[in-house]
Design a protein around this ligand. Structure first.
Ligand SMILES: Nc1ncnc2c1ncn2[C@@H]1O[C@H](COP(=O)(O)OP(=O)(O)OP(=O)(O)O)[C@@H](O)[C@H]1O
Ligand SMILES: [Mg+2]
Length: 197
């Protein structure tokens, strides 16, 4: 897939001062951190990359249509196992149960959750649940993954496990864009875009 390119991007909510002006960047495969102070427009920029918001100036080219979000608070079925959360998108895409299970295990192993595959979501720690959300998003095989503040609601120890996984995904075949305040997380990414007013 060609790099996503933004040229001279600016954004302004109605009756508000401009959030950012003249942002130019490329996003290739692997992880890209979006950093900047609170309120600088990181989530807004994710919304532009998702195709939900139109920039006020400039344009984005090569935006893929199949985008997957990973939200800050893990959402799933509390009583269902970690494994079944990752199987579901594979089954929805037409895989047989046996194949879906095997592939879901592989994906869980990538995020360090193979040992807790059978555990229900409600018994996972915060860091485990957040990694499960990454695994589920990967199982949907999107062309672009958008992750908003994956460590914001975690204590330092849980955040470290998420950062380790992000580090391991640095060169994955699809682009993963991660909005974050966390400089350790940003350092674990392959590249970085700074959003500032
Ligand atoms: N729909 C909206 N209408 C008007 N202003 C908005 C809207 N959504 C967000 N804003 C404002 O735009 C600014 C940027 O918001 P955004 O959520 O993109 O920042 P952020 O960098 O993600 O911040 P944080 O690090 O706190 O998550 C904020 O001042 C916010 O209040
Ligand atoms: Mg935000």
């Amino acid at each position: 897939m060609p790099d996503i390119r933004a040229d001279g991007l600016a954004f302004q909510y109605p009756d508000q001062p401009p959030l950012f002006e003249d942002l130019t960047f490329r996003i290739g495969h692997g992880t890209t951190a979006l950093t900047g102070p609170s309120g600088s427009g990181k989530s807004t920029l994710l919304g532009i990359l998702a195709g939900w918001l139109r920039p006020s100036h400039g344009d984005v080219s090569n935006l893929p249509s199949r985008t997957q979000w990973v939200l800050q608070s893990p959402i799933g079925s509390p009583r269902r196992s970690a494994l079944s959360h990752v199987e579901l998108p594979l089954l929805a895409a037409g895989a047989l149960l046996q194949d879906a299970s095997a592939e879901a295990y592989d994906i869980l192993a990538r995020v360090g959750l193979d040992a807790v595959a059978e555990r229900p979501l409600r018994h996972l720690s915060g860091g485990e649940a957040q990694r499960l959300m990454l695994a589920r998003a990967m199982a949907a095989k999107p062309e672009l993954m958008l992750v908003d503040e994956p460590t914001a609601s975690l204590d330092a120890t849980s955040a470290a496990t998420v950062i380790e996984v992000i580090h391991a995904l640095a060169d994955i075949g699809m682009p993963i864009v991660i909005a974050t305040h966390d400089l350790h997380l940003a350092d674990a990414c392959r590249s970085r875009i700074e959003v500032r007013r």
